[in-house]
Design a protein around this ligand. Structure first.
Ligand SMILES: [Zn+2]
Length: 112
């Protein structure tokens, strides 16, 4: 996976795009997919989470983001910029949590 994209999977038969990959297309049952990297998207809705698990920041900003082709994912918003429904974001890769010296990384979003 690229550092600045989420790889979606488009069905070669019907063009439905999914993330994560499924064994079969949920629309037509197809089993062949083309990988499509998605780099940016739009915040559909967001919230602040203040009861977090050990290792995570004491407050997290989470958003449902539509990346393209109907792919929607939930992820952390990083940076200090205000987030709103409709905010444009880019995908980045970085630390999501750290517990007992072990860093867990994954995709997250930066407001642009
Ligand atoms: Zn399909």
């Amino acid at each position: 996976m690229s550092q600045n994209s989420i790889v979606s999977f488009q069905c070669s038969n019907c063009a439905l795009t999914m993330f994560p990959r499924h064994t079969r297309c949920r629309a037509c049952g197809g089993t062949e997919f083309v990988e499509i990297p998605l780099h940016e998207g739009t915040v559909l809705t967001h919230t602040r989470l203040t009861a977090t698990r050990p290792g995570f920041a004491k407050e997290l900003r989470l958003a449902v983001v539509e990346l393209g082709n109907g792919v929607r994912v939930v992820g952390q918003i990083h940076g200090d910029q205000e987030v709103r429904s409709g905010s444009r974001v880019v995908v980045s890769w970085g630390s999501l949590s750290e517990k007992e010296g072990k860093v867990s990384s994954g995709f997250r979003f930066l407001i642009v």
